[in-house]
Ligand binder design. Structure first.
Ligand code: ADP
Ligand code: ZN
Length: 519
């Protein structure tokens, strides 16, 4: 009798129960169907393809971009008695041949391969001769230029499904908004794949933002208030990591810096010391954290603002993996936004990708500037429906005055509906304010019922309220279709059932900025 999936989970991993969605995903894949899995880091994505791999005839090919992660995963699999190996540029010729032999002899259940490797040395042709049971595309957001970590090699992966139309494919990622997910599936040639999304909520993480002044002093106090608690401080530059680590050391805190410019032996030493709790604080660039399994990180501070919500979410997600209350703090300065904008402008990226990066930066900036529950912003970014404020962010704890903006929301959403979800911000504002410009006349938008219904507000006010509505999840946006607004379940509840909307009264940017500086 072959083992059931529950028995496989118990025998190879020692776990008694599947986490939500895992069992459904395993069944779906075993049924020969394509799937997209969106689960936060640490959510348990691996089991979703490893268990089917163990239960099916043949070899599961896992495409993974990170050599370090590949190594760790294969170590872990082997430790659990699962025959597996990886092929990437870190191996010498002899090691490669040994693995190829094992594959041909049918001795392996899982083979990890980097996309670079897959598309060199005739590997693809070799793969075509094998009995493949399943393709797993890990970190699949790398396929999409809408994602935050695009890798050109990934775009060739559509050849897999073309060569093996009947072999199921499972795409996995921890970070992809709706637009990116759609693009991933079309790029991989599995547009009909069923998407499984597990909740991104991490209620044990507190969220807060402070203006970026006196950062070192604030950090010193922050750490002093948390004796012996492990934490990570993320910085933009290598130089920053070094100076901040030094400042903390001077204050008697066991801190070390970590960045990609250090020799790998030194990096490994720092990392190990952190995991063993010999070092309390790591001051690092984003190079730190990939594949680090430390469950009791109690806080994460961002010294500078990350370039997008995906990265931010992933980085704060390294705190509180054990489910214990943990704190996150983001320092925000307008200067950081300018630096990021500059980095995008001067990068080698093609124009359309620059636009995407700018749009993503904008969402990150909105998180930092928000006056609505920050968790709402994070979760609505991943298109998760949120119905109430979290109570565990600085905005919830110290809420600004709000007013009942249901009527404004209804006008805006109704205009979105009446223009068939085709308009972006500036056009929507023109419609609401009844501006008679040529584009509006061309589209006959001046004939819809809500034309001019929002005359009483200035354009800046509308822009602010639309932004707040988007961030609080009462509507969505389609970056891939001209940034057009989209209606979601919450929008319809507001339109049809009169669900209330509370917004913060508009204030000009300068006024808000001045307030922020004096927090
Ligand atoms: P991801 O790839 O989504 O970041 P992993 O697959 O590495 O996450 O899983 C994260 C951790 O959760 C691992 O230690 C894994 O063994 C554990 N895990 C996965 N599934 C279960 C389960 N059903 N029960 C308990 N622990 C699980
Ligand atoms: Zn909140």
């Amino acid at each position: 009798m072959p083992l059931t999936k529950e028995q496989v989970l118990k025998q190879y991993y020692g776990y008694d129960k599947f986490r939500p969605l895992q069992a459904d995903i395993v069944d779906w894949v075993l049924y020969g169907q394509d799937a997209m899995v969106l689960m936060p880091t640490g959510g348990g994505k691996s089991v979703c393809f490893q268990i089917p791999a163990l239960m099916m005839q043949g070899l599961t090919l896992v495409i993974s971009p990170l050599i370090a992660l590949m190594h760790d995963q294969v170590q872990a699999l082997k430790a659990n008695g699962i025959p597996s190996a990886y092929l990437n540029s870190s191996l010498d010729g002899q090691q490669q041949s040994a693995i190829e032999r094992q594959v041909r002899a049918g001795e392996l259940k899982l083979l990890y391969i980097s996309p670079e490797k897959l598309f060199t040395q005739g590997y693809l042709d070799w793969i075509k001769t094998l009995n493949i049971s399943l393709f797993a595309i890990d970190e699949s957001h790398c396929v999409s230029t809408w994602g935050h970590d695009f890798r050109p090699e990934y775009t060739k992966l559509h050849v897999l499904k073309e060569a093996f139309p009947n072999v199921p494919m499972i795409a996995l990622t921890a970070t992809a908004d709706r637009v990116t997910r759609k693009d991933i599936l079309s790029q991989l040639g599995i547009p009909e794949a069923r998407t499984f999304i597990s909740s991104f909520d991490r209620p044990n993480l507190s969220l807060s933002v402070l203006p970026g002044r006196n950062r070192i002093k604030i950090i010193q106090n922050f750490v002093a208030e948390r004796p012996r608690q492990s934490g990570i401080i993320y910085c933009l530059s290598r130089k920053n990591t070094e100076t901040i680590a030094e400042a903390l050391q001077k204050a008697g805190i066991k801190a070390k810096y970590y960045h990609a410019g250090m020799p790998s032996a030194d990096r490994a030493k720092v990392q190990d010391a952190f995991i063993r709790d010999d070092v309390q604080v790591i001051v690092a660039t984003i190079a730190f954290g990939m594949g680090i399994d430390k469950s009791n990180v109690r806080w994460v501070i961002h010294y500078s603002m990350p370039s997008n919500v995906e990265s931010f979410y992933q980085e704060i997600g390294r705190a509180g993996r054990d489910g214990v209350k943990s704190d996150t703090l983001l320092f925000y300065t307008y200067q950081d936004v300018m630096v990021r904008k500059d980095m995008i402008a001067t990068s080698e990226l093609p124009e359309d990708m620059k636009e995407v990066q700018n749009a993503k930066l904008d969402r990150m900036k909105q998180y930092a500037e928000a006056e609505i529950c920050r968790r709402r912003i994070l979760l609505s970014y991943f298109n998760e429906e949120v119905t109430k404020d979290c109570g565990n962010c600085d905005v919830c704890k110290n809420p600004p005055m709000r007013f009942d903006a249901t009527l404004y929301a209804q006008k805006a959403l109704s205009a979105v509906a009446r223009t068939n979800e085709k308009v972006a911000m500036s056009m929507l504002i023109d419609i609401l304010r009844g501006s008679n410009n040529k584009k509006i006349i061309d589209h006959r938008y001046h004939e819809i019922k809500t034309f001019g219904a929002g005359k009483d507000l200035k354009a800046d006010e509308w822009a602010d309220y639309l932004q707040q509505m988007l961030n609080s999840g009462v509507m969505d946006i389609a970056y891939d279709e001209g940034h057009a607004y989209r209606l979601n379940n919450a929008s319809w509840a507001i339109l049809k059932e009169g669900r209330k909307v509370q917004l913060v009264r508009y204030k000009p940017f300068e006024e808000r900025q001045a307030e922020r500086e004096t927090i």
